[in-house]
Design a protein around this ligand. Sequence first.
Ligand code: ASP
Ligand code: MG
Length: 408
Amino acid sequence: MGIVVAKFGGTSVGMGERIHKAANSVVNEYMKGNKVVVVVSAINKTTDESIKLVKESIGDSVTEKQLAGILSMGEMQSVRILSATIESLGVKSEYIDPFSEKWPVITDSNYLEAKIDKDETKKRVQEHIMPLLDQGVIPVICGFLGRDSHNCVTTLGRGGSDVSAFLIGHCLNADEVIIVTDVKGVMSTDPRKLNTARKLDKITVEEMIDLANYGAQVLHPNALRYKDPDIKAKIISFEYGDLRVKGTDIIGPANPDDNVVTISMLPDKLSVIAVVGENLMSKKGIIADITSKVSDNDISLYGISTGESSITLFFKKEDADKAHEVLHDLVIQGDELSSLSLGQEIAMISVVSHEFIDTPGIIANITNPLHDNDINIVEVSSSQTAVVVFVEWDDGEKAYELIKETLQ
Ligand code: ASP
Ligand code: MG
């Protein structure tokens, strides 16, 4: 027995029969003795259609506030239909939209990509949603929507009802969050692109976040920020009309503090090697040649970045002479690469945070204070969640402190 949050995506409530199936699966779960909270998206492509209508009728002069109000209608409709369907099956249900007194999700006034006030939301979930569960009522809550401090409707960004589900799960200390969608689970790749794609039985939060950021549509990349390690989570297909069906389990996160920024400096000195050649982008296999040469010689690579006419590699200082020698062999063997240079004593500072994905200007925030203090940056490399900065060893400590001051 526990608290289950079930989120239904647009397709899972895309027609009358599916809405009935969804309601039925919720009621079955409830009958087993669980407390069930439902989060629902707009029916089918309602949100896309509203955006199209607005474009055609108003064009660019629509305000963000107006658009958020218009888009909210999709979820305002679906909560009413789903809640009434649940009631028709003989269980008490209450729909909750941003105009309800019990509305829990509180945000800032950035209408289309609103930032959630986690503390206020948690307080309201405990105050208004928990008592409904204790009274045996099934709350059906609008996904995707928020409310600001002026009682205006906001949205959490496209696909945001996944965020709503995990957020509410977190605030309720739920036992499980179930995402009911139009695929059987998370696939090894996009099945429309490769027919050898397989469903995964499980995936970690860390893997799922990277997958979502690189375009997998199955879950909103920000949703898992709210997943606590001990809340079970899975993605399942609506087709079976059963919340107990197997899909893909989402495990973790291993490090629940991943939301905060971690800044670290490698204690070892690194060396940098720049391998130079003409038009490297258009030549095949160069990176493979370089990295296999390095790994064949048992040298670990701390960073690599590629440009039009050079490839920069970072090694531990103690490995640098060896790396220099073997890469030089490679350079003189073929015609593609012309030369290489070895620089000594580099410090590597890593800055990691899942917040980076949707924080504009993060690299500038990291590099500006270094520039202002005349610290030369040897190289910067970045991925979705990490920025790695290489500076001269003598500048390392100062750079580390400056970045810390700016970001923490
Ligand atoms: N209805 C919203 C959208 O289409 C939110 C969601 O489906 O998660 O973006
Ligand atoms: Mg969706």
